[in-house]
Design a protein. Sequence first.
Length: 393
Amino acid sequence: MKKRKGLVTIFLLIIYGVLLIYPIKIVLIKFGAINFNTSDNWKYYTPTGTNIFGKVKDKIMSLETSIDNRATNYFPFFTNINSAYYKLNMKLDSLLSDEIYVKNNTDNEYIIYNEKEDFYYLINNLSKQEMDKRVKSQAEFYNDIKTKYPDLNMYVYLPLRYELTQMCSNSINGYVDAFEFELNDEIKVSKLETLSNDEYLNYFYRTDHHYNANGALKAYEDIMTMMEMDPTNEYEIKTIKTPYYGSMAKSSLNDSVSDELQAIETDVEVSLKESIDGFKPMTIKNTKNKFYDYYIGYFNGQFDEVTYKYNDYTGRNLLIIGDSISWQIDYLIASKFDETHVINMRFGKWKNNNLNLSEYIQENNITDLLFLEEAESQIFDVYNHNLKERVVR
């Protein structure tokens, strides 16, 4: 009996200790006695609602994300609990199928785990009717630019993630052809297309939605071919962090699948017209958090606008409208032009302001325009960035 009382006492001490430690930690953080780095495991939700129902959904999702952030960061033991929960669910689901639904990410996309090939992929949440409508609307957006600026060299590059390949059991590959068919013939299009799982995993991470360095290098070479330019010859692939748990592993809090974070090593240096603090640090941060976003930490391009300055003799200035897909290679592309302006409509001044394309082209003598974003953003505007309305022609 005494032995049992002793075990109960120890158990209660552990429970009370946990209950005391984390509120004390919160108080210390609030009063600045200790630091709390929100960037390590902090998720963000971008509101997209345009009507009353969408705005209510935004409030709910923002609150859910906020609670999730605080539970994960203020109370790290919840991370282990959630991780164990997702792993158990995946293990049970694997008895029924090789394609396992894990959860929805903060963009409400479905995270799927392919057990046979051991990788994650995303499926968008749009209905067929919505995709049919959006693919035409997006093509009209690009065509309108080309019609209004016929002398502008215009390029579209599409890195096709797994759901847009023929290998995916829920493939929507047909929309790639539909999108290209709708585009003006004078718009040059190229894509990173894979025809087998092995080829796909050579170009894309197992745990992250970005292409890896092999994929980035292939994209760069494809873009150079599309632009009828010669790529830079001096480069190699290097591993900069292992293990690396990418965006989908982070959302799933699952460390059973990992990658090697890679980068392109080249003699082309980042050459900005004006220096920007924190832009492309290309260094690895030391942190105990295994789910830290090393991709952002290394390639950080979370800036509204940057301008590269390389040459004075080509007579060509490039505008790239991009997202995080462009971060690994935008400076390599820029090395072929006099000036290259890179705009990300998700950050800074462009987050809440429209881009007047006519004014921007005139002020910066733009001769070439490249769209370098996720294929789903370009084909469906899947994240509702609404460039069709926000890029004023």
